[in-house]
Design a protein. Structure first.
Length: 346
């Protein structure tokens, strides 16, 4: 299911950027006013996932808590916008940079720049999340969104939206450009039914996600294997036996293309890997007698930008986990100790 909304703003670039003299000069490269219409395209399956996975009466409190947690992620609001305009020749150096606090859905944008070709890169909401920053953005092809480096990371706190647009500024014409920004991160949630168990504590982590987003070609890099802490959703007291842990991060790997000509899949947008997990939940359950059970939930179906994935499982008295989701493979280690931990092969 997708939702769409428009975001606009007003941008003024000084006429000195054009390098135009006032008299006795060739004025063919001077700028004119051009309109830029910015729209954030929130294309997400969030409502579908909530309706499909959390539609029962017993799920209402978890669904409500999860929606509250994700309200600033799958959002129709942009706090800020970072705009860069690059040369398309040679080393693609940045020619101009603008940053604006928006805090609104609508404004008007007018741009005054000299006649030439540009590559325009835009990022919305970059200052809201301190764990993500723009790096190496002096040149177009090195500009990227970089995630903080650590063994264990906190989830992203907002939806990050990006856009790239070639701009051919024509001499003597007032032009209009439509810039569509799309979400660069995603979210996943693990709902655990503890009915019948005497679990004393649960710790849930997520791993298998990208570390960087290359803005010029909209691709992801996997330079390390960080583990994310998840956020515990706290349902209303006494509303059921389900608990929920959620995380926001960059997307996972996607499966290698199949060699056969016809690929049958129930979801045409995201194909499930036939033989290996794309990302994982790691669940450490402390039982009533103090033992710790480690569960690896390997998810063969990738998670992509703008998407929410909800996985429901049942926790047994010994801390082990089972699920009816056939895209998830569970590996259980009873009486786990830290010395027994092993690295997951990506």
């Amino acid at each position: 299911m997708s939702g769409r909304f428009a975001l606009a703003g007003l941008l003024f670039v000084s006429a000195t950027l054009a390098g135009c003299a006032l008299v006795d000069e060739d004025m063919s490269d001077c700028g004119k006013d051009h309109t830029l219409n910015y729209s954030l395209q929130l294309v997400t399956n969030m409502s579908t996932q909530l309706q499909t996975e959390l539609s029962l009466a017993a799920d209402i409190s978890v669904s409500t808590a999860l929606q509250a947690y994700l309200k600033d992620v799958f959002t129709d609001f942009a706090h800020d916008v970072d705009l860069s305009f690059y040369d398309v020749a040679a080393d693609s150096v940045r020619l101009h940079h603008e940053y604006h606090i928006m805090d609104a859905r609508e404004s008007s944008y007018t741009l005054y720049i000299p006649v030439r070709d540009y590559m325009h890169l835009a990022v919305a909401n970059i200052t809201v999340d301190s764990s993500i920053r723009i790096e190496d953005d002096g040149f177009c092809h090195s500009a990227r969104l970089h995630q903080a480096v650590a063994d264990t990371l906190d989830p992203h706190t907002t939806g990050i939206f990006t856009a790239r647009l070639p701009m051919h500024i024509k001499e003597g014409e007032d032009q209009q450009f439509d810039v569509s920004l799309y979400m660069a991160n995603c979210a996943e949630a693990l709902v655990l039914d503890t009915l019948g168990s005497r679990i004393k504590d649960l710790r849930v982590y997520a791993t298998g996600f990208a570390t960087d987003f290359d803005m010029a070609d909209s691709t992801y890099s996997f330079n390390s294997s960080p583990v994310f802490r998840t956020t515990h959703m706290v349902p209303e007291e006494g509303t059921g036996t389900e608990v929920c842990y959620a995380c926001v991060n960059f997307p996972s790997h996607v499966p290698e293309p199949q060699t056969r000509l016809i690929i049958q899949t129930p979801d045409p947008d995201v194909e499930e890997s036939p033989d290996k997990a794309m990302w994982w939940f790691l669940v450490y359950a402390t039982t009533h007698d103090g033992a710790v059970t480690r569960n690896e939930l390997g998810v063969r179906k990738p998670i992509t930008p703008g998407q929410l994935r909800i996985i429901k499982v049942h926790v047994f008295d010994d801390g082990s986990i089972d699920t009816e989701d056939h895209s998830v493979v569970v590996n259980v280690t009873l009486d786990w100790t830290p010395g027994m931990e092993h690295e997951i092969v990506m």
